[in-house]
Design a protein around this ligand. Structure first.
Ligand SMILES: Cc1cc2nc3c(=O)[nH]c(=O)nc-3n(C[C@H](O)[C@H](O)[C@H](O)COP(=O)(O)OP(=O)(O)OC[C@H]3O[C@@H](n4cnc5c(N)ncnc54)[C@H](O)[C@@H]3O)c2cc1C
Ligand code: FES
Length: 272
């Protein structure tokens, strides 16, 4: 019988430095047909450890997936020493991902992402952008600490051609002047610019640091958006990622199996 926890080796194809501590890794992968937007992979380095990392993009024809990885600890430190041609070990995809077909199709989709929270939503935004008929309308707010922290600038430029994209930085831009097209202020300060005229048809995805998700969700609820139409994605400490070890368990919820994407009706009880 196959061991579902046994990872397989895959070759790194591209390593691209996006910021000092956030790099993009493109890795070959052979099970792309199993992937849903917002799912994650368990990446491991022998004798070091394993870490869950969201799939930020995937391409079935070319046979690769991409990760946006933050250098924070044991596994990610070693990953940042690797180069194209080196191998990493992977198992997955895991988790539920965003319920695009069930809930977002033909809706006004609003995506709010903070910092590396752009990683889990990037493939879904790219897919909508390439097949805009799948939604009625899409608006995106991306929040970063400052101009140096902005991720996926090429993707943002292409999204701007079709959607209302607000890219905002928390810290005042240099000399008080933001670069062309850049706003300043927290993501919540830009919610009034969104088209919320038909609240019955809107679906909102929020991914970012816990406080950002909490304040954003509460603000949307205050603006009249029903809780059932708000979705969050969580990063919790995990081990097995298949519902066996209990590491990710909160009460009766297994974040690895039931999440990482949760409707706010449930997610509001999971925010740290
Ligand atoms: C569903 C999911 C999706 C994720 N997606 C991504 C993603 O797309 N990109 C990404 O970069 N990350 C993502 N993460 C987060 C990532 O899995 C964690 O940051 C992971 O712990 C990194 O592994 P590591 O071995 O490099 O870090 P670790 O060594 O596990 O360290 C992680 C953090 O814990 C701290 N720490 C380590 N050891 C100790 C200690 N002994 N005492 C106190 N603090 C300690 C470190 O300082 C660091 O802040 C995701 C997590 C989940 C659950
Ligand atoms: S990580 Fe083991 S049960 Fe979720």
């Amino acid at each position: 019988m196959d061991n579902i926890l046994e990872p397989k080796p895959y070759k790194i194809l591209i390593v691209k430095k996006l910021t000092a501590i956030e790099w993009l890794f493109r890795v070959e992968f052979d099970e792309i047909e199993k992937i849903n937007y917002g799912q994650f992979i368990q990446i491991s380095i022998p004798k070091i450890g394993e870490a869950p990392i969201s799939i930020t993009e995937f391409n079935a024809e070319e046979g690769w997936i991409e990760f946006l990885i933050r250098k924070v600890g044991l596994v990610t430190n070693v990953l940042f020493e690797l180069k194209p041609g080196d191998e990493i070990f992977m198992r997955g995809p895991y988790g539920n991902g965003f319920p695009f077909d069930e809930n977002y199709r033909n809706k006004n989709l609003i995506v709010v992402a903070g910092g590396s929270g752009c990683g889990p939503v990037r493939s879904m935004i790219n897919a909508v952008n390439n097949n805009f008929e799948s939604v009625k309308n899409m608006e995106v707010i991306l929040g970063f600490k400052n101009e140096e922290c902005i991720l996926f600038e090429d993707d943002i430029s292409s999204w701007e051609k079709k959607s209302n994209i607000i890219t905002t930085v928390d810290e005042m831009c240099k000399d008080g002047n933001c670069s062309l097209g850049l706003s300043s202020g927290l993501v919540t300060e830009h919610f009034s610019k969104l088209d919320l005229s038909d609240l019955s048809n809107v679906e909102i995805v929020i991914v970012g640091p816990p406080k950002m998700m909490e304040f954003s969700a509460k603000e949307f609820v205050k603006m009249g958006v029903p809780e059932e139409q708000i979705w969050l994605s969580f990063e919790r400490k995990m081990s097995c990622a298949v519902g066996k070890c209990g590491h990710c368990r909160v009460d009766e919820t297994y974040v690895c199996l039931d999440g990482p994407v949760f409707n706010y009706t449930k997610g509001k009880y999971l925010i740290d």
